[in-house]
Design a protein around this ligand. Structure first.
Ligand code: NAD
Length: 287
């Protein structure tokens, strides 16, 4: 039997309709500043997607590029300028950063009222305490929106998350815990990973390794959410192929024949992540 496909494209398109209608009623045009350091190819692609989404809904997306060799204090000084700019309601720093920079200091210099990525200490603490002002990181919000859209309940379910990054794994674990799921986080040090993943009702994978989760990691009846975005070529040199293809952390081909529902890559969580970022932006404006 084949799994139900939890596709994010139509949900993203519905979100575009909803947010653009909402923006027409606002007294301000929403604006998001994206700060990029260096010029990673993957970051360029993600920022392009944000600009395209912003354009579709009628929000402004401003893109500031700082040189690769910039210092932490120079980035913080730039962020402070954007904090003081009343024409901009949201600020994000595109991750990952070059390794010489202090990510915590940089992210925490964003005014929490403009932290649409929900990554400052203020919002992390809210998430930790299950408070009332939670701004979920966009990927986490995207995962929950996808499950909600397909009416997949979370409460009381065994949720296993593979990957414990600050950007995806940890906030997602807390968000599911706050929704009364029983959560297990797995990582490189986890023993018998296959046993852990097979225990899940909902398996969420965010590790950044193409096709890592094969049929041996899953069982019938599971819901699988593939967060991974990996570029692969078909074995030939990239210059020969001309373009590369995006795949997830899950071997969709074999796993989709076993589980009951699965999100594809591309067109699953990724499509929802950018939509969720703009949902956060509009929530911050709060009109
Ligand atoms: P990361 O590199 O910061 O973290 C990866 C995590 O996976 C780490 O906690 C590590 O311990 C764990 N891990 C790595 N190999 C493992 C293994 N063999 N077994 C168990 N755990 C292992 O990555 P990230 O920022 O969390 O991103 C993960 C993936 O999700 C990447 O492919 C990234 O491109 C993708 N991503 C997608 C979206 C989206 O919108 N769909 C958003 C952010 C990230």
């Amino acid at each position: 039997m084949s799994a139900q496909i939890l596709e994010g494209i139509s949900l993203r398109d519905a979100t575009i309709q909803r947010l653009s209608a909402k923006i027409k009623t606002l007294s301000v045009q929403p604006a998001l500043t994206v700060i990029q350091i260096g010029s990673r190819t993957d970051s360029n692609a993600y920022i392009k997607a944000k600009k395209a989404f912003g354009e579709k809904i009628g929000a402004r997306v401003l893109h500031e590029v700082l040189p690769e060799k910039v210092t932490t204090s120079e980035v913080v000084a730039q962020i402070k300028k954007h904090n003081a700019d009343h024409s901009v309601q949201g600020i994000i720093v595109q991750l990952p950063l070059p390794t010489h920079l202090d990510q915590h200091t940089i992210i925490d210099s964003i005014d929490p009222k403009k932290d649409v990525d929900g990554l400052t200490s203020t919002h992390t603490q809210e998430l930790w305490e299950d408070g009332s002002e939670i701004v979920l990181p966009a990927t986490t919000r995207g995962i929950l929106s996808l499950l909600d859209c397909y009416q997949i309940p979370v409460e009381g379910k065994k949720v296993v998350i593979v990957g414990r990054s600050v950007l995806v794994g940890k906030p997602t674990a807390l968000a599911f815990l706050n929704r009364n799921a029983t959560v297990t986080i797995c990582h490189r040090g986890t023993k018998n990973l296959e046993e852990e993943t097979r225990r899940a009702d909902i398996l969420i994978v965010a590790i950044g390794r193409a096709h890592f989760i094969t049929k041996d990691f899953v069982r019938e009846g599971q819901v699988v959410i593939d967060v991974g975005i990996n570029t692969v070529s078909d074995g030939r040199l990239q210059e020969e192929v001309g373009k590369r293809k995006l795949v997830g952390d899950v071997d969709f081909e074999s796993v989709s024949k076993i589980v009951s529902a699965i999100s594809p890559v591309p067109g699953g969580v990724g499509a929802m992540t950018v939509a969720s970022l703009f949902e956060n932006l509009l929530d911050m404006i709060g009109e």
